[in-house]
Design a protein around this ligand. Structure first.
Ligand SMILES: Nc1ncnc2c1ncn2[C@@H]1O[C@H](COP(=O)(O)OP(=O)(O)O)[C@@H](O)[C@H]1O
Ligand SMILES: [Mg+2]
Length: 314
């Protein structure tokens, strides 16, 4: 699959995305709803859309210092910047015999407090603004996903345009990505056929791959669990934001099922490579269909998106 062929297939580039989609459909006043994970949580909570539980929040250096003690009763948890991106500043921690471990290596409580203080100082936030350290319940990969990856929690990125899901991929952590499902860190992107909920092609660092490099699992034609619900929570959360072009990240937790991990107002374009299909024809089809009249309800929009994706699968 080369770039020229993708272009002929209506690939969306960064300039067109900004000009025609994100700037046009994502009003500035809606951006704080997604750029801050605590704000997203409030919206989702109000709408009854599941997100990981929050165990603690530190907004000041004093609260950062107090964190280790507050977290002593928790066996495992995740520390992240509320306004972070691309997996930066995220720690997944667990306890063994009272001691904190990060990816198997001991982490002193003082180092945890220091990390939280760095988050509060804005080390990982956009433009270096002061931030909050968010301590979340640790999610666990649903068995179908756990079979694909030896370590870390995969997610499903769904692009929702004007309330219609138009494309999706699952992102699989690798040893290189340090267990995080971020393509920038070296996670694998696997396209998803929206109609069936089965995986299609996989790409690792923008190149096609057949198997996961760590687990050796074949990545094609995997039936994803609870795919209907994945689309429903993605659309349900997006509906709360007032934004028209959103990347919704959904994790299928082993115990809780699909939950929203975060929303993104500037979703990346690599989803096209993973699906070997450009976005433009799908976005145009949505515009045409929505021009016809009333705004359909969420279930109708999901059905519409699945139909459009099948009609523009190549
Ligand atoms: N609560 C959690 N439990 C387990 N893994 C998580 C959790 N939160 C994040 N991760 C891992 O870290 C990755 C990045 O987290 P995310 O919240 O999307 O932050 P970012 O905005 O930096 O992408 C996720 O894709 C997932 O692999
Ligand atoms: Mg993310």
């Amino acid at each position: 699959m080369n770039l020229r062929r993708l272009k002929r297939q209506g690939v969306l580039g960064i300039n067109a995305r900004n000009l025609l989609y994100t700037q046009r459909w994502n009003a500035r006043r809606g951006l704080p709803n997604v750029d801050d994970k605590l704000a997203t949580r409030e919206l989702c909570q109000a709408a009854g859309v599941a997100m990981p539980a929050v165990l603690a929040v530190a907004r000041t250096h004093r609260e950062a210092r107090a964190l280790p003690e507050r977290l002593r009763e928790h066996e495992t948890f995740v520390v992240k910047p509320a306004r972070g991106a691309m997996g930066n500043g995220i720690l997944v921690l667990e306890r063994r015999e009272g001691e904190l471990l990060r990816r198997g290596a001991p982490l002193e409580e003082a180092a945890l407090a220091y990390h939280a203080a760095s988050i509060v100082s804005g080390l990982y936030s956009l433009a270096g603004h002061a931030d909050a350290a968010l301590i979340e319940e640790r999610l666990r990969a649903h068995p179908t996903f756990a079979e694909l990856v030896p370590d870390g929690v995969p997610d499903v990125r769904v692009v929702v345009y004007r309330g219609v899901p138009v494309t999706a991929m699952t992102r699989l952590p690798t040893a290189a990505s340090g267990g995080r499902a971020n393509l920038h860190q070296g996670a694998i992107g696997v396209g998803i056929d929206l109609a069936s909920g089965h995986t299609t092609h996989a790409t690792f660092r923008d190149r096609p791959v057949r198997r996961h490099p760590d687990s050796d699992a074949i990545l094609r034609d995997v039936a994803l669990p609870e795919f209907e619900t994945i689309l429903r929570v993605a659309v349900g959360a997006t509906d709360q934001t007032g934004l028209g072009y959103v990347g919704a990240d959904v994790v299928v937790d082993a115990a809780r099922g699909p939950v929203i991990l975060e929303l993104n107002a500037r979703p990346g374009l690599a989803v096209q490579l993973a699906n070997r299909a450009g976005l433009l024809p799908r976005l145009r089809a949505v515009d045409e269909l929505l021009a016809e009249g009333d705004i359909p309800d969420a279930e109708e929009r999901i059905a519409l998106g699945r139909r459009i994706a099948s009609e523009h699968a190549r």
